[in-house]
Design a protein around this ligand. Structure first.
Ligand code: BES
Ligand code: ZN
Ligand code: ZN
Length: 501
């Protein structure tokens, strides 16, 4: 899907199909359309008055213009109630339009840049339209022998007189949406297709020359005493990696952000084996790492003036003759020891090493992202990720980025009482509170991680266990992996580097 800007008004920017959005009731659309064609305006008024089509949220209707306008069709798309409007309603409307025409003969959709009419910035409007079109258009069909026949090729933004002003926002949207789509493909792949080495090769292949990629192998991890990653890896036939991406590393005057991702290519639970129900979703247990990797690639492609070190801990959590077992003790890279009570609480063990390793870079901000706990999904469902942090400014910045991208976050408590529960009778820490019925699992996991972060570090932990996957197609998210976090983190990095898109 291509996105282009046209320095013309919308009707003359395509001979194919124009998308016309409005709030429920469609008053403005009717007035506006009547000005260019009385017949079409009357037709639309009739549809609205007869309650056939009312511009309700996500509602779409296709009409033919019968020669009254240069474009062949109009897709009317609903933004829903005016009082409930926010920028995500634009994404939803575009997603409905794209899904509706995707398998029709429509090759091109044109949209007028109408941010000001809706009380949002034109740039933000353009970004929302383009990213939604790209995100909706792409479906994971690598394994389908017969692919859907899709004609739709282009989205045209009609930005008469303001092309220059809008251009960076369109480019921004193309970059973040393309990286999100790549992230989704990698997440949706079966784990057998993506052993840690494949992820390393993938990152080397797709990182621009601006990113330095270092892959620490098993022998390096042994030398460094990365007991968390090595323990989790013991049941797997694939070598583990600690993958480090550095962007702008020589520009010491720029703020340094360390991003850390959980990259479990498959989480069987190990000896504390998971139930078969939904186990297939554990191919997505690398979504934190994939999000961090693609946000870093996006930042580099956008040339953001910020320094990034992105660290992904990559391994499988499998069962093999040498797999680690409940009752084992391990020593993490930090020197802290952990009593293993449950081999399914593996994410925190690999993150313990990755977070400790991140310390060495002395980042201004440290953000980790992980499909860490089912408990987070139970607590928050699928509309937001859990946010745990040690710095209020960082919380505000991340929550703002979450609102803007609609990859929303919700703050969770970090009280020490929860941390107390992670102390072991035999080692420094235990990896779960207990195997019976315990509560607050997302919080105790976050408190476990805090043991591996410096006391004064501005740190945020994002638990994405509920948002990495959608069970059924939802607006611009096709069924499957969502690529959550790519847009959130890129927006955070752009805002931090004071780049306005
Ligand atoms: N990868 C899972 C968390 C998860 C669950 C992600 C569901 C996405 C959907 C993690 O490694 C895990 O298994 N956590 C355990 C922790 C428990 C043993 C304390 C969990 O959530 O059950
Ligand atoms: Zn697990
Ligand atoms: Zn896991």
């Amino acid at each position: 899907m291509k996105a282009v800007l046209a320095d013309s008004e919308v009707w003359s920017s395509t001979k194919d199909t124009v998308v016309l959005m409005d709030y429920e009731g469609g008053e403005r659309a009717i007035t506006w359309l009547s000005k260019v064609s009385k017949e079409l305006g009357d037709m639309l008024a009739q549809s609205v008055c007869s309650n056939d089509f009312r511009f309700k949220e996500a509602q779409v209707m296709v009409s033919y213009t019968h020669g009254h306008l240069p474009s062949k069709r109009i897709v009317f798309a609903g933004l829903g109630k005016k009082e409930l409007f926010n920028i995500n309603k634009v994404r939803i409307a575009i997603a409905s339009a794209v899904n509706h025409v995707r398998q029709m003969g429509v090759k091109e959709l044109a949209v007028r840049v109408a941010g000001h009419d809706l009380g949002v910035e034109d740039g933000a409007f353009a970004t929302a339209v383009v990213e939604s079109a790209i995100l909706t258009h792409h479906k994971y069909d690598i394994h389908k022998t017969e692919k859907d026949q899709v004609f739709l090729e282009r989205i045209v933004l009609a930005a008469q007189g303001k092309v220059k002003e809008i251009e960076p926002s369109v480019r921004y949207a193309i970059v973040v949406a393309s990286k999100t789509v790549m992230a989704r493909d990698l997440e949706n792949m079966g784990s057998t297709e993506k052993p840690p080495k494949m992820i390393v090769d993938y990152v080397k292949k797709f990182s621009s020359g601006r990113i330095k990629v270092t892959a620490l192998m098993k022998k390096d991890l042994k030398r460094m005493g990365a007991g968390g990653i090595l323990a989790v890896n013991r049941g797997s036939s694939h070598e583990p990696y600690l993958l480090v991406m550095e962007y702008n590393s020589s520009k010491k005057n720029l703020p340094l952000v360390a991003l850390v991702g959980k990259g479990i290519i498959f989480d069987s639970g190990g000896h504390s084996i998971k139930d078969a129900c939904n186990m297939e979703l554990m191919k997505c247990d690398l979504c934190g790492a994939v999000g961090v990797i693609h946000a870093t690639m996006a930042a580099a492609e956008l040339d953001l003036p910020v320094r990034i070190v992105a660290i992904s801990a990559l391994t499988e959590n499998a069962i093999g003759p040498d797999a680690y077992k409940p009752g084992d003790f391990i020593k993490t890279m930090s020197g802290k020891t952990v009593e293993i009570l449950n081999t399914d609480a593996e994410g925190r063990l690999i993150l313990a090493d990755a977070l400790h390793y991140a310390k060495g870079f002395k980042p201004e901000y440290l953000i980790d992202m992980a499909t860490l706990t089912g408990a987070c999904f139970i607590a928050l469902g699928s509309e937001c990720a859990g946010l745990f942090q040690t710095d209020d400014d960082l919380r505000r910045m991340l929550m703002k980025s979450g609102e803007e991208t609609w990859e929303r976050l919700w703050p969770m408590p970090m009280w020490d009482e929860y941390g107390e529960l992670m102390k072991s009778d035999f080692a420094d820490l235990k990896n779960v509170v207990a195997n019976g019925r315990t509560g607050g699992g997302a919080i105790t996991a976050a408190k476990f991680l805090q043991n591996f972060v410096d006391k004064n570090q501005k740190w945020a932990h994002i638990d994405i266990a509920g948002v990495d996957w959608v069970e059924a197609e939802k607006d611009y998210r096709p069924k499957g992996a969502t690529g959550y976090g790519v847009r959130l983190l890129t927006r955070f990095l752009a805002d931090l580097s004071k780049q306005h898109y």
